[in-house]
Design a protein around this ligand. Structure first.
Ligand code: FES
Length: 76
């Protein structure tokens, strides 16, 4: 679904850009040329950014216990 009509940027493109390292709104604006037209998309872009950052954080949190478990097994 298009989020920024002025620059023809979809939600999927924004999510991929966050996964590729865009960690804030400024980075997304620079990388994807968002919000430089009518700016109506900015609130939706912020929501997608926050959701994607939470997903990445959750995925990283799930990955950490696996390595901690293997360390615990070695210590025991
Ligand atoms: S919809 Fe993004 S700048 Fe207009």
């Amino acid at each position: 679904m298009y989020v920024c009509i002025c620059s023809a940027v979809s939600d999927t493109t924004i999510q991929q850009e966050v996964e590729n390292g865009a960690k804030d709104l400024k980075s997304l604006v620079e990388r994807l040329d968002l919000g430089k037209g009518c700016a109506r998309c900015v609130a939706a872009v912020k929501d997608i950014l926050e959701d994607q950052l939470l997903k990445i954080e959750a995925a990283e949190a799930i990955a950490i216990p696996q390595s901690s478990t293997s360390l615990a097994c070695k210590a025991a």
